[in-house]
Design a protein around this ligand. Structure first.
Ligand code: UDP
Length: 328
């Protein structure tokens, strides 16, 4: 059965992949995006793009005239951990406020389901335990804190108004569309995999490796890199389960790779060597973030199709090699 969905942030890195998956499954999508970090060209032709900002309540209300929507996907946040530690109030007010406005609009317009892109940065555990849904929340940064604020708003929207929601705590979204249509294009780029690739390709002078004294095997931070198309499929998977109640899932491949291992992976995939400049730690970075993703596997049958870092990096490499200027 075909549904109509509102995708806030649908022109962004993860949103564009999600919209394509939804359209391929026969659904209609309206994308609401301010195009500050999203790209018009990242929205497939079958979807309708409305340029607008979640801070603009009139524009937000107007987009609901294109409904009714069966669900809202919210991927429209400011998304940089490091930036959030330089300007925490901006992250807390913008991401918190925009999330609240979108949830309130969902309630006003009787949208029954809401899927929120949350983050592994809710957790700043010490030690090397993988992170399950019962791991205590302790945001590692203002970015993570703002995500948690919105998770709590959703809790009350469900309690009081019956809005069913899913929070997907993404670990590190990476890779690009296997068909080569979309990829990662941030300005400025701050994410590890595209930066290593661009350094390998000679488009950047150097890669700074943030911190070599973490309590991990090689001293660099360990992350769980999950392919962006797998993340998109997780969104679709949770919708069907929402009728039974709201959900919170950690979404990763369940395996961690250090910054040094990512650099080695780029070399294996590309044949190009990157020698990083060793730099200070970046504020807000926990040492070890790896998902225990067994609950989402058991409950909705989600499993990553991309299970190895090299396979993920290969798709990212392909896109960046072919699109030296991103979407421009
Ligand atoms: N990182 C790094 N150099 C960079 C960018 C990132 O060493 O130029 C490290 C960063 O400190 C973190 C890991 O790579 O440990 C992943 O960072 P990214 O920004 O890609 O994702 P995050 O984990 O912050 O969501």
């Amino acid at each position: 059965m075909s549904h109509r969905y509102l995708v806030a942030g649908g022109a962004g890195f993860i949103g564009s992949h999600l919209v394509a998956e939804l359209a391929e499954a026969g659904h209609e999508c309206v994308v609401f995006d301010n195009l500050q970090s999203g790209h018009r060209a990242a929205v497939i032709k079958d979807a309708r793009l409305v340029q607008g900002d979640l801070a603009d309540e009139e524009a937000l209300d107007a987009v609901f005239k294109l409904g009714p929507f069966d669900a809202i996907f919210h991927l429209a946040d400011l998304s940089l951990v490091g930036e959030s530690m330089r300007d925490p109030m901006r992250y807390l007010t913008v991401n918190g406020g925009n999330g609240g406005r979108l949830i309130a609009a969902a309630i006003r317009h009787n949208v029954p389901r809401f899927v929120f892109s949350s983050t592994a940065n809710l957790f700043s555990v010490s030690g090397h335990r993988s992170i399950g849904e019962n791991t205590p929340v302790q945001p590692g940064s203002a970015y993570g804190e703002a995500k948690y604020m919105v998770e709590r708003m959703l809790h009350w929207a469900d309690q009081v108004h019956g809005l069913r929601y899913a929070c997907l705590r993404y670990f590190n979204a990476a890779g690009s569309d296997p068909q080569g249509r979309f990829g990662e294009d941030h300005t400025p780029e701050t994410h590890l995999i595209p930066l290593v690739i661009d350094t390998a390709l000679g488009r950047r002078d150097e890669l700074a490796l943030f911190g070599t004294d973490y309590p991990t095997a090689d001293g660099t931070c360990v992350r769980d890199y999950v392919h962006v198309s797998d993340l998109a499929r997780a969104h679709m998977g949770v919708l069907a389960r929402l009728d039974e109640g709201s959900l919170r899932y950690n979404v990763g491949i369940g395996r961690g790779y250090s910054v040094r291992e990512v650099i080695e992976s780029v070399t294996r995939v590309s044949g190009l060597v990157v020698i990083p400049r060793l730099a200070e730690r970046r504020a807000g970075d926990p040492a070890f973030l790896v998902a225990d993703a067994s609950r989402i596997a058991q409950e909705i049958g989600w499993k990553p199709r991309f299970e190895s870092l090299d396979a993920i990096v290969a798709t990212a490499f392909e896109w960046r090699q072919r699109h030296p200027n991103g979407y421009r």
